[in-house]
Design a protein around this ligand. Structure first.
Ligand code: HXC
Length: 256
């Protein structure tokens, strides 16, 4: 049983809800382990075609747990490689969606950015306020925010620690879509259900291609994409998807 998260299944979609409301879902070590363990287990389950991570109406997560970190020494942080496990989420192959309402600050913003894309409620507030605490982002924020927003906005956000509202986050490319807060979860399920109705291995390969765009040159990335594209002609789902189009019916993907 989990202490810091709730798990729910609806068809092929799994929902992980961060559940430390008393601390605005501050990300402590227990929560890191439970979120990462849950995501990895769901990733191994072929009956799961998409995973949503969400928080509460007030906070997706208000950052790493400051009370847990405050007294640590350099060697404590280094020896435990504090926060390292969060990077395992970047290796989850099943599509991973962050559904963000309220505060997504510090580690909360970084957790949202570790997902494949962010759906934001109109109440969402993003920020990297670590400088106010005498530290810098530590779960990839300086790297992922810069890639998402470009240098000027990422620098300004990180150096000032200001928050960005949902509208600015959408304009800046940090979030895929803004949704009225009371519809966030239903819309996230609808989006996840659409993704999960498609071929899971094809979705995994599509993720690899998009992620390659942030790791490699254009020429290498296009080459990688074309090779993976060719490989899909060895799948039953390519045959089914194209046959269904020609026969004017819905495809029945078997994830093979
Ligand atoms: C531990 C936290 C917390 C956090 C909130 N709480 N954020 N506890 N770590 N990151 C706790 C508060 O102590 C309080 O508990 C309860 O949650 C409610 O919070 P309030 O502050 O009373 O609520 P409110 O006045 O509405 O303000 C909301 C807030 C504020 C603006 C989000 O809580 C805030 O600024 N939080 C910290 C945000 C932040 O700095 N995040 C970055 C963390 S560093 P009690 O028991 O007092 O009622 C980080 C770094 C990652 O993420 C890697 C690099 C180090």
């Amino acid at each position: 049983m989990s202490d810091t998260i709730l798990l729910e299944r609806r068809g092929r979609v799994a929902l992980i809800t961060l559940n430390r409301p008393e601390a605005l879902n501050a990300l402590n070590e227990a929560m890191m382990n439970e979120v990462v363990d849950a995501a990895r287990e769901l990733d191994r389950d072929p009956s799961v075609g998409a995973i949503i991570i969400t928080g509460s109406a007030r906070a997706f997560a208000a950052g790493a747990d400051i009370k847990e970190m405050a007294g640590q020494s350099y060697l404590d942080m280094y020896a435990a490689d504090w926060f390292a496990r969060w990077s395992e989420l970047a290796r989850v192959r099943t599509p991973l969606i962050a559904a963000v309402a309220g505060y997504a600050l510090g580690g909360g913003c970084e957790l949202a950015m570790l997902c494949d894309f962010i759906l934001a409620a109109d109440t969402a507030k993003f920020g990297q306020p670590e400088m106010k605490l005498g530290v810098i982002p530590g779960i990839g924020g300086s790297q992922r925010l810069s890639r998402a927003l470009g240098k000027a906005k990422a620098m300004e956000m990180i150096l000032t620690g200001r928050t960005m509202d949902a509208a600015e986050a959408e304009q800046s490319g940090l979030v895929a879509r803004v949704i009225p807060a009371d519809q966030l979860l239903e819309e996230a399920f609808a989006t996840a259900t659409t993704i999960a109705s498609r071929s899971l291995p094809v979705a995994m390969l599509a993720k690899e291609c998009v992620n390659a765009a942030f790791e490699t040159t254009l020429t290498e990335g296009v080459h990688f994409e074309r090779r993976l594209f060719h490989s899909l002609f060895a799948t039953q789902d390519q045959k089914e998807g194209m046959a269904a189009f020609i026969e004017k019916r819905d495809p029945r993907f078997t994830h093979k």
